[in-house]
Design a protein around this ligand. Structure first.
Ligand SMILES: Cc1ncc(COP(=O)(O)O)c(C=O)c1O
Length: 389
């Protein structure tokens, strides 16, 4: 019904993925499969809403309408059984913008903040830039998938961690945390008085019948200890709208966060962000269902291809989203050699695994949120480059 094979040419549209290739990779001659947005057009309902506003042609001061927030409330209730109300929801111009606000409001200089590596690079940089102390609890990669090292997690929490930044589901490994895992993490955080910032930006993209669970929906005790960040940006490919929702059922946590975001005058938002969010949560569900099937097809292709054609590369199929965490260890090359080979020989632009933490050595993250043809091209280039080493 929707044609995901047909992706528009994004060059010359001020898009990071294509138009920042020279700065990032030193050349424009690469197939960009890095930054986490997709090449697909947004759902027709979203484009129509933006076009109606463009036609109207007045882009004055704006606010997020109660109705658009109600569509979001309805969305998380229907999908995740999470019941929230308007008074528990505020906003920020993106989740990356919300994170330093949360770090500043809920922790003090030098306080410890725990993250589970490998994880999204801004989790590292925001903690460091704000003078807090990073604590890593590395995830374990087994034959059957990823898991938490519970002993390490608890031991670190027990030594006085103020905040835990959870990535639910987890970028870059595509792990959709189960209710049991979330409950265990959540209860341990309550036990050691560690506030949870749960970044759930990838929540709507759970694939292969995996179910997303909202951390704050697991129990009342956990809800009272959690700030949740969600957004329509990954789901509907509208990251450029800089629009996210920050929720807490704890009045104390909510008030503190909301006060800071309003003191910084960051809550108003952008008129295109508001109207596209409303359209997406109101009418985007059907498109999303088809998108997920397309992403599964791309992942299935990639998995088969790698098994068949690139024996030195391995990855665990992600349970959600559109990112592959490719492990090149068995190529026998060093991390630096792989990096060079990808850019210079294969001419593909992936994210360097080391930016996700030290356990990212030998890894590169590939974005398959694009046409199957581009995914094939990317893997053929990598296979060809490795064959000729
Ligand atoms: C886990 C995670 N959080 C946040 C973001 C970005 O959020 P925003 O665009 O709302 O700042 C990304 C984008 O890749 C992400 O993967």
């Amino acid at each position: 019904m929707f044609n995901f094979d047909n992706v528009p040419d994004r060059r010359g549209t001020s898009c990071f993925k294509y138009d920042a290739r020279k700065e990032l990779f030193g050349t424009e001659d690469i197939l960009p499969m890095w930054v986490a947005d997709m090449d697909f057009q947004s759902p027709p309902c979203v484009r129509e809403a933006a076009m109606r506003l463009s036609e109207h042609g007045v882009f004055g001061y704006t606010f997020r309408s109660a109705q658009s927030v109600d569509y979001f409330i309805d969305w998380v209730d229907k999908r995740y059984g999470w019941k929230i109300n308007r008074e528990q929801i505020t906003s920020s111009p993106g989740i990356v913008a919300a994170l330093p606000v949360a770090v500043r409001v809920f922790t003090s200089q030098s306080d410890k903040i725990l993250i589970q590596t490998p994880v999204y690079p801004p989790f590292h940089s925001i903690v460091k830039e704000n003078g807090r102390t990073l604590v890593y609890s590395p995830l374990i990669c087994g034959e059957d998938g990823w898991s938490v090292n519970w002993q390490d997690f608890e031991e670190k929490l027990s030594k006085g961690v103020k905040m835990f930044i959870l990535c639910n589901s987890h970028n870059p490994i595509g792990k959709v945390w189960t209710r049991d895992e979330l409950q265990k993490m959540g209860e341990l955080c309550c036990k050691y008085n560690t506030i949870i910032f749960s970044d759930e930006i990838h929540s709507d993209l759970a694939l292969y019948n995996n179910n997303h669970t909202v951390m704050a929906s697991v129990s009342e005790e956990i809800a009272q200890n959690t700030i949740t960040a969600m957004a329509p940006s990954k789901t509907f490919n509208i990251a450029g709208m800089l629009n996210s929702l920050i929720i807490s059922e704890s009045k104390e946590l909510f008030d503190k966060f909301h006060k800071e975001i309003t003191t910084l005058h960051l809550e108003l938002g952008n008129i295109f962000g508001h109207i596209t969010m409303e359209a997406a949560y109101k009418d985007g569900a059907h498109w999303l269902a088809e998108l997920k099937k397309y992403l599964e097809q791309n992942i299935d292709f990639a998995h088969e291809f790698v098994k068949r054609e690139i024996p030195g590369v391995k990855f665990i199929k992600p349970e959600g989203s559109f990112l592959l965490w490719l492990n090149f260890k068995e190529t026998g090359l060093s991390h630096k050699e792989i990096k060079e080979l990808l850019v210079k020989k294969a001419k593909v632009g992936l994210n360097d695994g080391l930016t996700f933490g030290p356990d990212g050595e030998f890894h590169f993250r590939m974005n398959i949120g694009t046409s199957l043809a581009i995914v094939k091209e990317g893997f053929e280039r990598i296979a060809g480059a490795l064959r000729s080493t």
